[in-house]
Ligand binder design. Structure first.
Ligand code: HEM
Length: 486
């Protein structure tokens, strides 16, 4: 039976990761409300600009995909400043009410990650950050047009009052040493690629360590009627992982408020229902990447990899063991050798050139063939579990992608929780959103402002995002390793 969600009532960034949808550019803006009446007027005027999930749904053929998107979210303090009644505020969960700074012991935000090192906007404000807005676009120019439109709305409402009713908070660090930007700029990482003998600069799916990112994303009921869409993205069953038999869609209540979750319960949601239904909780983190230190570590440590003569090959093998995927996205558990990864990468590049980068140079027949191979490769990238690699001999237990989504490997065997392979892991999934920020042209340097803006969307911040960050990333108990956060 098909399951339908009201995509018109769910923000677009919840159901769809914009990075995959042709929006390589973006800005994240944070607002402070000083005047509740003006702030409510501001939010009211933004509502028609908010992008819902409906136009992005590939199955519908009526609505056009917009060139630019706008989405908003509120903090607990923001809801209070807007005048949300106490009776409602009291129903919000503690993890959300406390805010990220107060959760630093859980998150491991100490040492260089401690709040005193955060961008000034986060360091200097806490209860003054009231609303988040994202603008994503196909080009920087379209993002700028939407940004200017928002600022005009804000200026009109503020008028010439001495104190602005709504403020744009400044204090984001930028690429040239700035620390007072009015928004966080984000962008896909662009790279020069060889396309049939010519070099072209294109947006890629890479982050700054140069791994392909944004491949895995949970699939839940109502996202699509296509049963194959759950392959590698839903919850694992005992079936063949390369077919729909091996997966089932997750319950929407893991990601959306107002629906049943994996315990067949309704997640704790703020009252009244009208306020929370079809909403969710989002975590926003700016994660700097120490590209130079990471590369240096790989270079030094990969010298110890046995049976690999070639330096570059050893370097890349260690890089894959860190991530759980080769740079081109091929999973280590199904592509354990360098040779496997090379073959995957060659076919992938061939298809992307024919389909996206230089389609005019190929016949319809060639493009059709490439489409079939491309869809097959996309499936190969996600259609795996770790159950034939339970000891981690192909993909280490501690590889990033395996730690954050063990896909049932923690409970495989006779002692499966509730008789299903991934029952406990299925309660720790979350939707990853966001884009990289900054540039990292010098691969030996840590300096400069570059990394990823990481956003997690889930029904419970503490059960899903925080659990993964604390127990699976910072602690190693479940993988029988130490707390090896450096
Ligand atoms: C700078 C920091 C990070 C980088 C560069 C990074 C990079 C990556 C890459 C390259 C992948 C594999 C591509 C994919 O499967 O989509 C991945 C997967 C993933 N990452 Fe991260 N990541 C970072 C931080 C985090 C953090 C802090 C969390 C959670 C608290 C996290 C959660 C995930 C999840 C859930 C997946 C999907 C795994 C799967 O379903 O197979 N990542 N990440």
């Amino acid at each position: 039976m098909s399951y339908s969600l009201d995509l018109h009532d769910i923000q677009g960034n919840i159901v769809f990761g914009y990075g995959h949808f042709g929006y390589p550019k973006g800005r994240y803006i944070f607002f402070k409300f000083n005047d509740d009446v003006k702030s409510r007027e501001f939010v009211g005027k933004l509502v028609p600009l908010v992008t819902t999930s409906a136009p992005l749904d590939k199955q519908q053929k009526i609505l056009e995909k917009p060139l630019v998107t706008t989405n908003i979210a509120f903090t607990y303090a923001g809801l209070r400043e807007l005048g949300t009644p106490d009776a409602s505020l009291r129903t919000f969960p503690e993890d959300f009410r406390m805010g990220m700074k107060s959760r630093l012991a859980i998150l491991g935000d100490n040492g260089v990650s401690a709040p005193e090192h955060w961008d000034p906007i986060w360091r200097d404000n806490n209860w003054d950050i009231h609303m988040w807005m994202s603008i994503n676009g196909n080009t920087e120019a379209n993002v700028e047009i939407r940004y200017q439109r928002i600022i005009r709305i804000l200026d009109e409402i503020n008028g010439d009052a001495e104190e602005a009713g709504i403020e744009v908070l400044i204090g984001h660090r930028g690429p040239n040493g700035q620390d007072n930007l009015p928004y966080q700029p984000v962008s896909a990482v662009y790279a020069d690629v060889e396309v049939d003998g010519k070099t072209v600069n294109v947006p890629t799916s890479m982050e700054h360590f140069h791994y392909t990112d944004g491949i895995s994303d949970p699939f839940f009921k109502g996202m699509s009627d296509n049963p194959d869409a759950a392959i590698g993205a839903g919850k694992p069953t005992r079936g063949d992982p390369t077919t729909a038999e091996g997966w089932q869609p997750l319950e929407p209540g893991e990601f959306l408020l107002g629906y049943r979750d994996e315990m067949y319960e309704y997640p704790v949601a703020p009252a009244p229902r009208l306020l929370s239904f079809n909403g969710s909780f989002m975590v926003y983190r700016k994660l700097h990447e120490n590209v130079g230190a990471f590369n240096e570590y790989l270079k030094d440590t990969s010298k110890q990899i046995p049976d690999v003569d070639d330096e570059h090959q050893a370097f890349e093998t260690l890089a894959a063991q860190f991530s759980g995927r080769w740079r081109n996205g091929a999973p280590l558990t199904t592509h354990p050798t360098w040779k496997d990864a090379q073959e995957f990468g060659k076919s992938w590049t061939d298809c992307t050139v024919k389909l996206f980068l230089n389609p005019d140079s190929y016949s319809e027949e060639e493009r059709k063939e490439a489409r079939v191979t491309y869809e097959e490769l996309k499936k190969i990238r996600v259609a795996f579990k770790y159950d034939d690699d339970i000891e981690g001999s192909k993909c280490p237990m501690t590889a990033h992608a395996r730690r954050v989504n063990p896909r049932g490997a923690l409970e495989y065997g006779e002692k499966d929780a509730y008789g299903t392979p991934g029952a406990l892991v299925d309660r720790r999934r979350f939707l990853r959103r966001g884009l990289p920020y900054g540039e990292s042209p010098d691969r030996t340097s840590n300096d400069g402002d570059h990394g990823i803006i990481f956003m997690a969307v889930n029904a419970s911040i503490s059960r899903q995002f925080e659990f993964v960050q604390q127990q699976w990333i910072n602690y190693g108990n479940d993988f029988k390793v130490s707390n090896d956060k450096v």
